[in-house]
Design a protein around this ligand. Structure first.
Ligand SMILES: *[C@@H]1O[C@H](CO)[C@@H](O)[C@H](O)[C@H]1NC(C)=O
Ligand SMILES: *[C@@H]1O[C@H](CO)[C@@H](O)[C@H](O)[C@H]1NC(C)=O
Length: 185
């Protein structure tokens, strides 16, 4: 089988864009705003709240445990509010890097297919594999497809590797800050 050089190029562009994104996040946020430390603090608070929730579940009528849980929820809510600004900015940067990478891909490949499928994939899938390609040969695969599918994978693994991603507990409370808000209100 011939080596699909063009597809590999698209994947390489995806990797380079992900590296540049990761470096920017590290420079702009983790190093300069203390966002990394804040995520660690969120992780600690989240773990304490999780433990308090479990303790209360085991002893639901204990008022002192109920109070502990509510106090931790309030603390966590207040703290996670301080993180929302950076979270939002990193989200914007993520979107910008995806759009920038797509722009590079379109500029480099200009609607040239980079790979062939042995058969046409199901209809809903061709929206992705045929993305940005002219013609209706659905076995053609675009560079945009390789970019869009490998980008998130590179980003996830790089942030795991460099430690710039929030822990699982921190992610949970970063995303459910508003749910915590309603429950304890
Ligand atoms: C409630 O839990 C606390 C520990 O959080 C414990 O010291 C206390 O004895 C418990 N109260 C009752 C009534 O079980
Ligand atoms: C890369 O990320 C994916 C999903 O995000 C994960 O399943 C995989 O184990 C990761 N690989 C490495 C080497 O970290």
């Amino acid at each position: 089988m011939a080596v699909p050089w063009l597809a590999l190029q698209a994947v390489a562009i995806s990797a380079v864009v992900a590296c540049a994104f990761e470096a920017l996040v590290w420079l702009l946020f983790y190093r300069n705003t203390g966002y990394g430390r804040d995520l660690e603090q969120l992780d600690r608070l989240g773990k304490r709240l999780d433990a308090a929730v479990a303790e209360l579940a085991a002893d639901p009528n204990n008022n002192s445990k109920k109070k502990t849980q509510q106090r931790l929820e309030r603390e966590l809510r207040a703290f996670s509010l301080t993180l929302q600004g950076n979270k939002f900015k990193i989200g914007l940067l993520t979107a910008a890097s995806m759009i920038g990478g797509m722009w590079l891909i379109n500029k480099r490949f200009r609607g040239t297919p980079v790979a062939k499928m042995p058969f046409a994939p199901p209809g809903f899938f061709t929206g992705l594999t045929h993305m940005g390609l002219p013609g209706d040969d659905m076995t053609d695969v675009s560079a945009a497809f390789f970019y869009a599918t490998t980008g998130p994978w590179f980003r996830a693994n790089l942030s795991k590797l460099t430690g710039t991603g929030p822990s699982r507990t921190a992610t949970k409370y970063l995303n459910t800050a508003l749910a915590v808000d309603k429950k304890s209100a």
